[in-house]
Design a protein around this ligand. Structure first.
Ligand SMILES: [Zn+2]
Length: 119
């Protein structure tokens, strides 16, 4: 995976995260208060303050969005640790096609399917 690829997925992840935050602001008054009080940090995803805000927001959002934003945060962390795109189960690279639609994926399609069969 090239640096350019990483930048691309980072952009995807950040815009997805912004979408989620926006959606929350429209639907959740508590979240809106938090974000309005510290709006300057929201678009600055590398800023540590963002993580703090995100943490606070996590407690107010619905479970689906909660899981998604946590997955996005984890993916951004994997980017900074140079582990992005690797399957956490088998260690193989996750295909670009898959990362394009699910940039926060932690498992390759094979492991994902295996997991789903188990449930
Ligand atoms: Zn795998």
């Amino acid at each position: 995976m090239t640096k350019k690829d990483i930048e691309h997925y980072k952009k995807l992840l950040n815009s997805e995260k912004e979408e989620l935050l926006k959606e929350m602001m429209e639907s959740d008054e508590a979240a809106r208060d938090i974000l309005e009080n510290d709006m300057t940090h929201v678009n600055d995803t590398v800023d540590e303050a963002t993580s703090t805000i995100t943490q606070t927001l996590l407690s107010t959002m619905n479970k689906n969005n909660q899981q998604k934003i946590m997955a996005i945060e984890a993916a951004l962390r994997r980017i900074s640790e140079n582990n992005f795109g690797k399957c956490i189960t088998c260690g193989e690279m996750i295909t670009k096609e898959r990362l394009e639609t699910v940039p926060w994926a932690t498992k390759c399609i094979k492991c994902k399917q295996k997991e789903e069969k188990k449930h």
